[in-house]
Design a binder for this molecule. Structure first.
Ligand code: F1X
Ligand code: MG
Length: 283
């Protein structure tokens, strides 16, 4: 049977490339920085403009009401962040906005597509490196059209692990994050890393450059596309407590295999994160 979402998948790759070109160009001129949830949660006009370009292109191609959208900047402006059974695009126009404003060379456009709450495909365009990562459910994962696979390492002490520290700098959370990192570092692992973009971090798991990436505090738009890419590259996704991965929970361990994932999970100090789909508190 023909793949019902092939056209959408191919179009997502085109749109991600176009969006990434916009981000790349915008990085060459002066960037006006604004903030969102805290003084270190940065956003720029480029994030907003590129999200509009992506959603506008998808609506033009598939019809204005055919699909639903969850976009980082639309949610920041008050749109709902609820994943239903309807075909839904999950978009982060600039993953790694802090990197973007500083010229730190990892910035990604992340576009995923879910139907019946199941991720069908994901596209991550690491636009400064010009690397197009993509994966379609059941059809493997690719970087610039070359098949990619997770590493086959099962020894945690031969691994590189990625985590990030996020934009919530409350001392209790920062303490838990660094305490977890310290424990993992002292297992010891070969190294700890962080690119500053969850989407790119997941692609690094998918290519086998690192064994795992975990984080509490990420959003669905940071990881939806990467989740398909990791899985299709042969990796695993789990919750930070070892339970099943839940896209809206803001907690995730992605790894090359369950042995590595479960060894990391032993060390993770869990702290609360408000779900992406939690009802918005009225003031
Ligand atoms: O706002 P942005 O640039 O899309 O989010 C960037 C980001 O670094 O924030 C998360 C929280 O630490 C990351 O892992 C995520 O990818
Ligand atoms: Mg992001």
């Amino acid at each position: 049977m023909a793949d019902p979402w092939q056209r959408a998948y191919d179009f997502a790759v085109e749109v991600a490339r176009k969006a990434g070109e916009e981000v790349r160009k915008a990085g060459e001129s002066e960037i006006k920085i604004m903030t969102k949830s805290s003084t270190v949660d940065l956003v720029t006009k480029t994030d907003e403009r590129v999200e509009k370009i992506i959603i506008g292109s998808l609506k033009e191609e598939f019809g204005p009401d055919a699909h639903c959208f969850i976009g980082e900047e639309s949610v920041a402006k008050g749109e709902a962040c609820i994943l239903t059974d309807k075909p839904t695009w999950i978009i982060d126009p600039v993953d790694g906005t802090t990197n973007f404003v500083h010229g730190f060379p990892f910035v990604a456009v992340s576009i995923a597509f879910a139907v019946n709450k199941e991720l069908e495909f994901g596209v991550v365009y690491s636009c400064l490196e010009d690397k197009m990562y993509k994966a379609r459910k059941g059809k493997g994962a690719f970087c610039n059209d070359e098949k990619i696979e997770v590493s086959d390492v099962t020894a945690i002490n031969k691994s590189i692990i990625i985590s990030e520290h996020g934009t919530d700098r409350s001392p209790e959370k920062v303490n838990k994050i660094f305490s977890t990192m310290q424990k993992i570092l002292c297992i010891p692992v070969h190294g700890l890393r962080g690119s500053g973009t969850a989407a790119t971090n997941m692609c690094l798991v998918a290519t086998g450059a690192v064994e795992a990436f975990f984080e509490i505090g990420i959003h669905c738009w940071d990881i939806a596309a990467g989740a398909v890419i990791v899985k299709e590259a042969g990796g695993v996704l789990l919750d930070v407590d070892g339970g099943p991965f839940d896209l809206m929970s803001r907690r995730m361990v992605s790894a090359n295999n369950e042995v590595i994932a479960k060894r990391i999970i032993k060390e993770i100090e869990i702290f609360p994160a408000v779900r992406d789909d939690a009802p918005v508190q009225k003031q």
